[in-house]
Write a protein that binds this ligand. Structure first.
Ligand SMILES: Nc1nc2c(c(=O)[nH]1)N[C@H]1C(S)=C(S)[C@@H](COP(=O)(O)OP(=O)(O)OC[C@H]3O[C@@H](n4cnc5c(=O)[nH]c(N)nc54)[C@H](O)[C@@H]3O)O[C@H]1N2
Ligand SMILES: Nc1nc2c(c(=O)[nH]1)N[C@H]1C(S)=C(S)[C@@H](COP(=O)(O)OP(=O)(O)OC[C@H]3O[C@@H](n4cnc5c(=O)[nH]c(N)nc54)[C@H](O)[C@@H]3O)O[C@H]1N2
Ligand code: SF4
Ligand SMILES: [Mo]
Length: 822
């Protein structure tokens, strides 16, 4: 198709000038819309031009069309896309694009860190100065003293950028997001991040959502609606009612931090009533594995035999057999085994799980969770008899005890044998999407085909939290204590630490101590005020991108076309260019290793580099899947996606082993044991905060819904759509004498921090609990002007957190306990 050959820069020409007024009547800056008049349908066809993009307003990457009808621009869902949903945020994307507060020029700090005083400087000046400082830090302390933090944006590129510099420290958001659920998926299922396994939403019969609201991934909501039309039941367990609870969904309000007690109690009921899938447990899990009193599995070595296989008791032969080879492995064997060093008392992992669950009979769990015992019994029976699937978690950093919650969730799915079956908890077909670089012990392979020297240092976070994907708190420790080694420069790309991370005070101390803070963002978030150099980035409509599709069980790649240039007055540049320019200006020889030369100092030339990189990804995928590069490219650019492989059910663990130590679903986790953790889940009172004691002390829980995210908070719509008051149950309000709209003081019980906020009295939150949206309130940047003062109202829930981080897992606790003063 000929239009594919046209340079995209030529496609994105500035065209019609339209004054835009938002749906809510708020005046916006006069917006000049780019006329990306490149038709996606055949030349000559009438009507609007649908250009496939994917949404960049959160990490879900829902498939959308950017529509240019000639005199209007809007965004609609792409119904044939593997992720065909759309929420309120992309609806406001054009508003975001022309946002009056968008960062417009590179900024250089002129006041103290935290003051938010800047002067606008030229790109060359800002890049040269920041690069010189980076080089100075690397020369003095070694390249590992430079660290990056990120969310999804640039997460694919940053390992390569950091590897060029020679630092391992790319430390993302996961410590306050999915570290705990990912660690659980890893040890129980041998799987990775949130999309690696997911409920088969379209085909499930009964869905249990625990602390998950689904406003977060619209494609899943669409898929789930199919199942609900066919009669599926949905239960949400949450201290507050998320939007989903406005439909026929059952809302089970739970006391925060007690989910593991509920789950273990459900496991207790299912085991006690014999509602579990015996064959699945025997064949595909390590439930029959025999465990010694010291917690270690019994092996052939213990019996003085050759080999090191884990052993089970085979009821068919009456002897001990290696796990996986017994005709009838007993689930509930317990007995004494003769070994060369004496008799050892062993029990099956299943028996140990049953004993653990027996600590939580429904009456006991009811006291802990606040959910009546008969409801727990009903939920357990429904779950087992309706072949339920319990969602495996996304945002998991709430109370500090979530590793056990998510292990118990995965075990619950395994108990009813609903793993990788149609309608069950399924493994995603891997898209085999390439990495920008693969970091090995003796070399780093890059997508450019060149290898880089190995890294000399280890990441400061995974040294401390070996099961973490990332744990930003460890980076703050390295800054503050210079241990395990000093970190002196931080580059913050598309993430907002003051609203993301716990312990605001510690964050400020670390910011003060750093030699260099660089921010690449689109808006004046709080941390901008603490930065030395601020670089304005493109927003997602202004760049093209390729990615694997996260929220489908199929293997698919998705593509987003660049559809707009930055509006006039916004001199924003691609974050990859900014990062590569920092590298090139500090270490031209290192940048040259991947062919990034001074030619690209001219930003107009950068698109050629981007195209080259896109070509490398296409080459890789076309080889990995044996599809023609042209077919792939055409589909991506014109449809926005390419489905590489449809989901095939019942492969893992039935036909291929899992990457757990036993190759099976591990209800008894050998990986946890290795790290000195309890191999079975248990409930512990939430370590992230002190329990509320006085009548005016409340749990403060947080979350999102479709109107809420770090940058949607900045839209004028958000002023009206996003509640910036804390939610309080009417019973509590009456007891305290608080009326709807009253302003109260919240005081952190663990850190004494106090702030004023209004109260929304609503029965959408459980008694004893307050709810506040993440990211929406309590913004502090001096660059937020009067028209956006609503951003300063409400509280930032992070202010009240203790800063707890769970050992080994690295997950932080974003919930807290606050005292309400009138
Ligand atoms: N609209 C919107 N969508 C997003 C994002 C966004 O910022 N805005 N961000 C994206 C990201 S990064 C992620 S990780 C996903 C997250 O998607 P989800 O995991 O669905 O996360 P939340 O939307 O925060 O929902 C968490 C829920 O947990 C509840 N909760 C808090 N404490 C407890 C507790 O102790 N027990 C139980 N059972 N529930 C509790 C909260 O009330 C909240 O309803 O969303 C993604 N999509
Ligand atoms: N209390 C509480 N804390 C939480 C959560 C919670 O629910 N409650 N959620 C947790 C979770 S799940 C996560 S993932 C983290 C998320 O925390 P963040 O990563 O801070 O959240 P985002 O909303 O993704 O932040 C987006 C940042 O990127 C910027 N941005 C948006 N688009 C672009 C772009 O195109 N380019 C660049 N360079 N910047 C851009 C925004 O201005 C903002 O600074 O917060 C965690 N912290
Ligand atoms: S859930 Fe909403 S914000 Fe996230 S990618 Fe989908 S449409 Fe965009
Ligand atoms: Mo997240």
């Amino acid at each position: 198709m000929s239009y594919l050959k046209i340079n995209r820069r030529e496609l994105v020409k500035l065209g019609v000038t339209i004054g835009v007024v938002s749906a809510l009547g708020a005046p916006l800056a006069k917006i000049v819309l780019s006329q990306t008049a490149q038709p996606v349908q055949k030349a000559g066809a009438a009507g609007p031009k649908y250009i496939p993009i994917y949404c960049g307003a959160c990490g879900s990457k829902c498939g959308l069309y950017f529509v240019n009808s000639g005199d209007a621009m809007y965004i609609v869902p792409n119904p044939s896309h593997p992720q065909p949903g759309m929420c309120a945020r992309p609806a406001a994307a054009i508003q975001m694009w022309g946002h009056p507060l968008r960062l417009r020029k590179p900024l250089k700090r002129v006041g103290q860190r935290g003051e938010g005083k800047f002067q606008e400087v030229d790109w060359d000046i800002a890049l040269n100065e920041a690069a010189a400082k980076l080089k100075e830090v690397a020369d003095k302390y070694g390249p590992q003293a430079i660290a990056f933090t990120r969310h999804d944006h640039m997460s694919w590129h940053l390992p390569l950028i950091a590897s060029l510099i020679g630092t391992p420290n790319v430390i993302g958001h996961e410590g306050t997001c999915h570290d705990a659920s990912t660690a659980a998926r890893q040890v129980v299922l041998g799987a990775g991040g949130p999309p690696a396994v997911d409920p088969d939403y379209a085909n499930l019969n009964y869905l249990l959502l625990i602390g998950r609201n689904l406003d977060a991934a619209m494609g899943l909501v669409r898929a789930l609606s199919k199942a609900r039309e066919a009669g599926a039941k949905v239960v949400v367990v949450d201290p507050r009612a998320p939007n989903l609870a406005f439909s026929s969904v059952e809302w089970v309000p739970i006391t925060p931090g007690t989910d593991a007690a509920l789950l273990l109690s459900m496991i207790y009921v299912i085991i006690n009533e014999g509602l579990y899938d015996v064959q699945f447990l025997k064949r595909y899990t390590n439930a029959p594995m025999l465990v010694k009193p010291d917690g270690q599995p019994l092996t052939q070595k213990d019996l003085g035999q050759e080999g090191s296989a884990y052993l089970v008791f085979d009821a068919a032969s009456g002897g001990f057999k290696p796990l996986g080879s017994a005709a009838d492995p007993a689930l509930d064997y317990e007995g004494d085994v003769d070994t060369p060093s004496g008799s050892v008392h062993v029990k099956t992992a299943f028996k140990l799980l049953a004993e653990r669950a027996a600590k939580y009979p429904p009456e006991k769990a009811a006291q802990i969770t606040g959910i009546p015992a008969d409801e727990i019994i009903r939920l357990a029976r429904e779950f087992a008899t309706r072949r339920g699937v319990a969602e495996d978690g996304w945002y998991a950093a709430k109370n500090g005890n979530e590793f056990d919650v998510y292990r118990a969730i995965l075990i619950l799915n395994a108990l009813v044998g609903n793993i990788d079956k149609r309608g069950g908890l399924c493994f995603q077909e891997p898209a085999k999407f390439p990495n920008s670089c693969t970091i090995g012990a003796d070399k780093i392979d890059t997508i450019f085909g060149v290898s880089l020297p190995p890294l000399k240092a280890k990441r400061v976070d995974t040294m401390k939290y070996p099961l973490a994907v990332s744990s930003f708190d460890a980076l703050l420790d390295a800054v503050l204590t210079e241990k395990p080694y000093p970190v002196k420069a931080l580059i913050i790309v598309g993430t907002a630490p003051f609203h993301r991370d716990v312990n605001t005070q510690k964050l400020k101390e670390a910011f003060k101590k750093l030699d260099l803070v660089v921010t690449i963002d689109i808006l004046p978030q709080d941390h901008v005020d603490w930065s030395d150099y601020v670089f304005p980035d493109l927003m997602f409509l202004e760049r093209s991108e390729i990615s694997s599709a996260p929220w489908t069980l199929d293997a698919a790649v998705v593509y987003s076309n660049k559809v707009l240039d930055p509006p006039p007055g916004v001199d924003a540049r691609h974050a990859l260019w900014i990062l590569l320019e920092l590298v090139r200006r500090a270490w031209p020889d290192k940048a040259a290793l991947i062919g990034y030369t001074d030619r690209y100092a001219d930003y107009a030339q950068f698109e050629a580099f981007e195209e080259q990189l896109f070509g490398k990804v296409l080459d890789y995928l076309s080889k990995a899947w044996n599809v023609s590069k042209e077919e792939l490219e055409t589909s991506l650019r014109t449809k926005g996606y390419y489905v590489l492989k449809r989901k095939t059910y019942e492969v893992r663990p039935y036909k291929s082993k899992l990457s757990t130590p036993t190759g099976l679903v591990e209800i008894y986790s050998l990986a946890a044991l290795k790290y000195g953790l309890d191999p079975l889940p248990d409930w512990t009172p939430p370590p992230a905060y002190s329990q509320p004691k006085a009548p005016n002390e409340f749990y403060l829980v947080t979350g999102k819904d479709q109107n809420v995210s770090g940058h949607f908070a900045f839209t004028y719509d958000s002023k009206y759509l996003t509640e910036r008051c804390v939610w309080m149950n009417p019973a509590d309000a009456e007891r305290l004498g608080v009326r709807d709209g009253d302003v109260v003081t919240l005081e952190g019980v663990d850190n004494g921090f106090a702030a004023r906020t209004c109260v929304k009295v609503t029965n959408r939150v459980r008694p004893g609990v307050l709810f506040a949206y993440a990211f929406a309130g309590g913004h502090t940047s001096a660059l937020v002007d009067g028209q956006y003062d609503f951003l300063r109202t409400g509280v930032n829930p992070q202010w009240f957190t203790k800063g707890y981080v769970a050992p080994v897992i690295g997950t932080a606790g974003t919930n807290s306990v606050v005292r309400v003063r009138l």
